[in-house]
Design a protein around this ligand. Structure first.
Ligand SMILES: NC(=O)c1ccc[n+]([C@@H]2O[C@H](COP(=O)([O-])OP(=O)(O)OC[C@H]3O[C@@H](n4cnc5c(N)ncnc54)[C@H](OP(=O)(O)O)[C@@H]3O)[C@@H](O)[C@H]2O)c1
Length: 337
């Protein structure tokens, strides 16, 4: 099969190659998926470059990636079943985040075929194309978990999403509206119309205004781009409000080379027992349940994927990562296979 392969960590332009490699064979409880679309996202950049180094200790491989084919998200058709796999039949359209652990490693979706645990997949709602379906998994899961479990968003609250026009932000805005919140969305000027269309009640252009200096008071700040120090963000938070840091290294431009966003997160975690606005880690339901929740909301049309207008073919994976890192994408950057 054709696949994008990386044998070492490094700049994506240098380490990603289109190759012919053996097709995977589905193991017990796995299905073989003919991948039709996959997505490029910030964690793909991390997994390919191997930066920050701490991510290599989290299971992706110390010196080189254990799994040489990048990608965590897929949408495609079932074409084969491993022993004991019974949830799907050949021909079913399925999608999911197929990494067994976290999103910061390769999971083999930049390929024509992927062998995937069936528990990580769901049927694609009929209204969605493969490209739209591939734009859902990792980003929507991060948004749901951080907003609902970490942020404990509630109806009537005022929520501010910083970095709202990116892959995770577009889900955070829609989900916050779904949970009944009043939403302020912060991003650059080219993304503000999209954010209004997704339901944001108020938009702020970060190139013109600093949301921490506008006299705003909100109940929850979901900070995806994570540039302002917490001491500044606090000015915009109610005393009993909540700050959730998602963490963004801006493709190596702002994160620490060894620790990445952890350098910012760890001090906040240390402070959390003493500062009400910092909730610490709040575990939520397992990913399988979260995925089912999202698929349900998609099926009902309560939320929708946003696919950037530029869709790239698989062989242009490196170009797609460049495009993503340039910051011009609105919503998810998708690769077709
Ligand atoms: N905490 C967790 O559970 C968890 C788990 C997995 C991954 N993550 C991390 O979550 C992050 C998700 O990011 P994403 O995929 O949504 O990124 P993205 O698609 O790159 O979007 C980031 C958005 O922020 C905007 N932006 C840049 N600077 C800004 C500023 N100063 N103020 C406001 N907006 C600004 C960008 O617009 P312009 O560039 O056009 O200005 C862009 O629209 C990734 O870094 C990933 O590593 C977190």
């Amino acid at each position: 099969m054709r696949a994008i392969v990386q044998e070492e960590y490094g700049p994506h332009r240098e380490v990603l190659r289109l190759c012919e490699i053996p097709s995977p064979v589905p193991g017990p409880g796995q299905v073989l998926v003919r991948v039709r679309a996959t997505s490029v996202h910030a964690d793909v950049w991390h997994a390919v470059t191997g930066v920050p180094y701490v991510l290599r200790l989290m299971g992706s491989g110390l010196r080189a990636p254990k799994q040489p084919v990048p990608g965590t998200d897929l949408a495609g058709e079932v074409v084969g079943l491993g022993p004991g796999a019974a949830a799907f039949a050949p021909g079913d359209r399925v999608f999911g985040e197929v990494t067994a652990r976290n999103q910061w490693g390769n999971a083999g979706t930049f390929a024509e075929l992927a062998a995937v645990d069936e528990t990580l997949l769901a049927r694609i709602p009929e209204t969605l194309s493969f490209e739209q379906a591939a734009a859902v998994p990792t980003a929507a899961l991060i948004a749901l978990v951080n907003l609902r479990d970490q942020g404990r968003v509630a109806a009537g609250q005022r929520v501010l999403v910083n970095g709202a026009g990116g892959a995770v932000g577009v889900w955070a805005v829609q989900l916050a509206k779904y949970f009944g919140a009043e939403v302020t969305a912060v991003d650059g000027p080219a993304k503000l119309d999209l954010l209004r269309a997704l339901g944001a009640d108020r938009v702020i252009d970060y190139t013109q205004q600093d949301f921490t200096r506008l006299g705003l008071r909100v109940d929850l700040v979901l900070d995806i781009v994570s540039q302002a120090p917490f001491s500044d963000v606090r000015r915009a938070l109610e005393p009993d409000g909540t700050f959730v840091l998602v963490g963004h290294d801006q493709y190596g431009r702002s994160g620490h080379r060894v620790l990445g966003s952890l350098r910012r997160m760890l001090p906040l975690m240390a402070l959390s027992p003493f500062v009400k606005q910092l909730p610490g880690v709040r575990p939520g339901p397992p990913r399988r349940e979260n995925w089912a929740t999202l698929v349900d909301l998609l099926g009902q049309g309560r939320v929708r994927p946003v696919v950037d207008e530029r869709v790239f073919p698989l062989e242009q994976a490196a170009e797609a990562i460049d495009y993503l890192a340039s910051g011009v994408a609105r919503g998810r950057v998708v690769l077709t296979v």
